[in-house]
Write a new protein. Structure first.
Length: 72
């Protein structure tokens, strides 16, 4: 989709606490900007973000969004 103005984003919400989880999983959540329970972030849909979500899929919920870029 080269030159397309449609950008996919992911809405990721922390739904379970990371207390008692391994340090690696805590770092992944911090890297995505999820520090508190029920916090939601919008991130671009990239292979790196998908991999991060896969590592902590038992702690987060994910929803795909389609948005239009600001081409003025």
């Amino acid at each position: 989709m080269k030159g397309s103005s449609v950008h996919k984003q992911l809405r990721i919400t922390l739904v379970k606490s990371y207390i008692g989880r391994p340090e690696a999983q805590r770092k992944v959540l911090t890297g995505m900007g999820l520090g508190k329970l029920n916090k939601t972030v919008l991130l671009n849909d990239t292979p790196e973000i998908r991999g991060m979500v896969r590592k902590v899929n038992h702690l987060v919920s994910m929803e795909e969004l389609k948005g239009k870029g600001n081409d003025l």
